[in-house]
Ligand binder design. Structure first.
Ligand code: HQG
Length: 181
């Protein structure tokens, strides 16, 4: 499987598991899992290609687990817009976290803070390089905000860490944010 095909299949899997399962006739359970066989049938791909994407994915976006019933199930590790209970325990964040975004969002973020948009959580990165990559998806100039995660945690804000290392929280108010780093 070449790189382009892997990226293409990863995007189709993300759409199916995070955003539009119903459009493909998939019914994720409360925690977001669907039987691997159902996803294979819905996307018309074979198991070897799915396994290649799960194992080789640049961000480890997917998890596959075998249930006590012997059925393999798959879910996205984060990034859902459909309601899911990921069941992640609260986690103590590092002192600082980072959020990369487009320069055109800076004024609005300084005024309102970070909100979760269409997703379940605000997504924060553990390092500047990752945040820069996230912001670069917007296509223009990138700004990386530093988040005072230690202060947020002290003030009672809850953080979770996804299976692929993304830090998640409900919202970040402007007082915890510094543009630049
Ligand atoms: C922005 C990808 C204006 C926010 C990435 C972001 C990540 C505001 C956009 C994951 C705002 C939401 C998540 C405010 C937030 N005013 N703009 N007050 N508050 N925003 O894609 O964090 O490839 O939902 O800065 O790698 O960019 O999908 O979130 O630009 O880990 O696995 O609103 O998505 O992972 O955009 O990215 P997104 P994100 P995957």
């Amino acid at each position: 499987m070449d790189h382009r095909s892997m990226v293409g299949l990863s995007k189709r899997m993300s759409r199916a598991l995070r955003h539009e399962p119903a459009r493909l006739g998939l019914i994720p359970d409360r925690a977001g899992w669907v039987p691997v066989d159902d996803l294979l049938a819905a996307l018309r791909v074979d198991r070897a290609d799915l396994d290649t994407v799960v194992a080789g994915n640049d961000k480890q976006r997917f998890a596959v687990e075998r249930g006590p019933d012997g059925i393999d199930r798959i879910r996205a590790n984060q990034g859902h817009s459909i309601p899911v209970e990921l069941g992640l325990p609260p986690a103590v964040p590092p002192e600082r976290l980072y959020h990369g975004t487009g320069a055109d969002a800076v004024d609005s973020i300084r005024a309102d803070g970070l909100h979760r948009g269409g997703r379940h959580h605000v997504h924060l990165s553990a390092d500047v390089e990752t945040a820069r990559r996230v912001g670069a998806r917007r296509g223009g100039a990138v700004v990386v905000f530093t988040v005072d995660a230690a202060a947020m945690a002290r003030d009672g804000h809850v953080f979770h860490r996804s299976a692929n290392g993304v830090w998640l929280t409900d919202a970040v108010s402007p007082g915890y944010l510094t543009p630049g780093r």
